[in-house]
Unconditional design. Structure first.
Length: 351
């Protein structure tokens, strides 16, 4: 990506605090009781639900092992990602993303007002993905996002689709565990995701940064959708703000595991029982880093508000309803241009 441009350097309040906790990590949960049918006894499921509920409440993040996603598929998408990003900038920019769609490639060197030190390729799970044309609440027009598929590496789109199908299966299993941990029916969240999802996958490449004390791979933020399922390489760099004391905690890579985080929509549906937690990515001065998040998002016309089962006179609704598609389009618009005001957040809907 070349030398560090001053536009990439974080403002002082966003520069990384290097005094983080190195020795601790988020909970690691073994999903074998729901993946291997022979282990699916009631006591195992009950214990698993409790672990997931505790992790969601105390951290907002957890790692999962024995998740059922074939290792060969994960290796295939990792190899394809590395081959794609290894191409010349000229080749990658043939599928450059613009403001009309989420799909495609973009990088921080070309997009001067984006401050994250990385390059990205996005690919939607459902083609076409239907979303509002604008985030204006009075504008009912819709548009469609379609994928920009690179010519290289071969079968890249096929690998991405196969991987996302496995991610969706895992996401639905996790949603069931989260629902049960909240005392809801297992399938309670399914209705928001069964039709017209706005889910997508992102391939991240973080080149070595010569000034890691001045820049971040990704600045602190919270994810907006339902769940994020992240595969990161052995380099690591993800940090989570621990709820108990607001300290940044490094998420050490666990071989073959996925990192799961509860996103804003779950926080609203649960009426703040579970919280979407801030996280960020540190850059490395010597090693490049790759990661692959899958963003499991509702349909554009989904109304996001606290569930009736989780509200009462003693615990009234903490949010006014909002349409997911409008919220999503507003948030994604900030990826290609730096705004003069803060991007939309769920606390803007707080009652």
């Amino acid at each position: 990506m070349g030398e560090v441009d001053p536009a990439f350097i974080q403002e002082p309040e966003h520069r990384p605090n290097l005094s983080i906790i190195q020795a601790e990590g988020i909970p690691v949960i073994d999903l074998s009781p729901i993946i291997n049918k022979t282990l699916s006894d009631p006591s195992a499921i009950e214990g698993l639900v409790k672990k997931v509920g505790s992790a969601c409440k105390e951290w907002g993040f957890f790692q999962v092992t024995n998740h059922g996603v074939p290792l060969s598929l994960r290796q295939s998408i990792d190899e394809a990602s590395r081959k794609f990003f290894a191409q010349s900038m000229e080749e990658k920019r043939k599928i450059y993303r613009d403001e009309s769609t989420i799909s495609g490639y973009y990088d921080t060197e070309h997009t001067k007002n984006v401050r994250d030190w990385k390059e990205v390729f996005d690919f939607v799970a459902t083609e076409p993905t239907v979303v509002p044309l604008t985030s204006d609440e009075d504008d009912d027009r819709l548009t469609q996002w379609t994928n920009k598929s690179p010519e290289y590496p071969p079968n890249f789109s096929v690998i991405l689709q196969e991987y996302m199908q496995e991610m969706e299966k895992l996401a639905f299993k996790l949603l069931e565990l989260i629902a049960l941990s909240l005392g809801l029916e297992a399938k309670r969240f399914e209705q928001f995701f069964t039709k017209d999802q706005t889910s997508f996958i992102r391939l991240n490449h973080y080149p070595p940064c010569p000034f890691p004390h001045l820049a971040l791979g990704v600045g602190r933020h919270k994810d907006a959708g339902g769940l994020t399922i992240l595969a990161q390489d052995e380099v690591g760099g993800l940090e989570v703000k621990r709820k108990a004391d607001q300290q940044w905690v490094r998420v050490e890579p666990t071989p073959d595991a996925f990192i799961i985080n509860v996103c804003d929509s779950i926080q609203v549906w649960s009426n703040d029982a579970y919280e979407s937690v801030e996280h960020r990515v540190m850059v490395n001065s010597e090693k490049e880093r790759f990661s692959i998040p899958y963003f499991f998002n509702p349909a554009h016309n989904c109304e996001v508000k606290p569930l009736d089962e989780l509200t009462n006179e003693q615990n009234p609704s903490k949010y006014r309803p909002y349409e997911w598609g409008k919220f999503f389009v507003h948030r994604m618009g900030g990826n290609l241009k730096k705004k003069n005001v803060e991007n939309i957040q769920i606390y803007h809907y707080k009652l």
